[in-house]
Design a protein around this ligand. Structure first.
Ligand code: SF4
Ligand code: SF4
Length: 291
């Protein structure tokens, strides 16, 4: 088969559905064929705080002060990303609880204009859905933004919302079907975990995160500052634990860095995952750090 034919086939698969090939495989093929630069997914906080405050939250949100992130700062990060990555598979708007941000809809249009083909998804616990006005739902539809509801054991009619959003022509789905259990972080405050083992077992190494001009391999690293501040501890983030988007412009270099453990992995558990029944946080260090 000719190379040009193969490129055509891959592009047509990519254009018709992003679900047929895993993103990292698309990236691999496209990079091999010299057809653009690709990042599988990235997420960002639009607020740091949450209206639910679950124990074990892996964004350390119950420990964060109220903070509404600036739309201009986020857009500036995405302009930097665009100079490096032609395409991003999925962009997750997260927090904290994104619907707490009074100007959430202001980010949708500029974000969509930077990444036209990405799947852009707001992750919500759903509590504030019935407080949203018509403009919110109109903006989701207009800019092709999906809503993903994480199914917590709380009084939100998730099934009903899926139906309503579907009728409005808005993509909606569950992010996780079972939030009756929360995964324990079990961080090792002494940094004595086996980095390679922790990394190989890690479920968050593809949850890339962007903030303040920096791209992180995973969510715990940029958000550990909330835990450090709240409990006056020092899980250290080194310069080698993130990519400075003002300095590193090579997509292949970044993708190579993301394939290996970072220094911070020494704090993550290298043991099998443990779960706890769902509960609201009491803001105790044991919810995140192993004793
Ligand atoms: S709803 Fe999500 S962001 Fe909020 S505390 Fe729970 S796990 Fe964290
Ligand atoms: S620091 Fe390493 S082990 Fe911990 S969540 Fe990030 S990638 Fe995974």
């Amino acid at each position: 088969m000719k190379l040009s034919t193969l490129i055509k086939i891959i592009n047509s698969i990519k254009n018709t559905t992003n679900k047929l090939l895993p993103y990292h495989f698309q990236d691999f093929l496209l990079r091999k064929l010299g057809k653009g630069t690709f990042l599988s997914q990235v997420e960002f906080h639009i607020v740091d705080h949450c209206n639910l405050n679950c124990a074990h939250c892996n964004h350390f949100t119950p420990l964060a002060s109220e903070n509404f992130c600036k739309i201009d700062d986020i857009i500036s990060d995405f302009k930097k990303l665009k100079k490096i990555f032609d395409n991003i598979g999925k962009i997750f708007i997260v927090g904290g609880e994104p619907l707490l941000h009074p100007e959430l809809i202001k980010i949708l249009k500029p974000l969509r204009s930077i990444y036209l083909k990405s799947e852009i998804i707001i992750i919500t616990n759903g509590i504030l859905l019935d407080k949203q006005n018509e403009d919110f739902f109109k903006a989701l539809k207009e800019h092709n933004i999906a809503l993903s509801m994480t199914h917590y054991p709380i009084k939100v009619d998730y099934e009903g919302w899926i139906k309503k959003l579907d009728e409005m022509g808005i993509k909606a789905y569950y992010f996780s079907l079972d939030r009756n259990k929360m995964r324990k972080q079990n961080l090792d405050i002494n940094g004595k975990s086996n980095k390679d083992k922790a990394f190989s077992m890690c479920h968050e190494k593809n949850c890339h995160f962007v903030r303040d001009g920096k791209l992180y391999i995973c969510t715990p690293v940029p958000n550990i500052c909330f835990l450090n501040k709240y409990f006056s501890v020092n899980f250290e983030v080194k310069k080698t634990d993130y990519i400075d988007l003002n300095k590193t412009k090579s997509a292949s270099k970044i993708n190579a860095i993301f394939k290996k453990p970072i220094n911070f992995c020494k704090y993550c558990t290298d043991k099998e995952m443990e779960f706890d029944t769902y509960k609201i946080s009491k803001r105790e260090i044991s919810e995140w750090v192993k004793s």
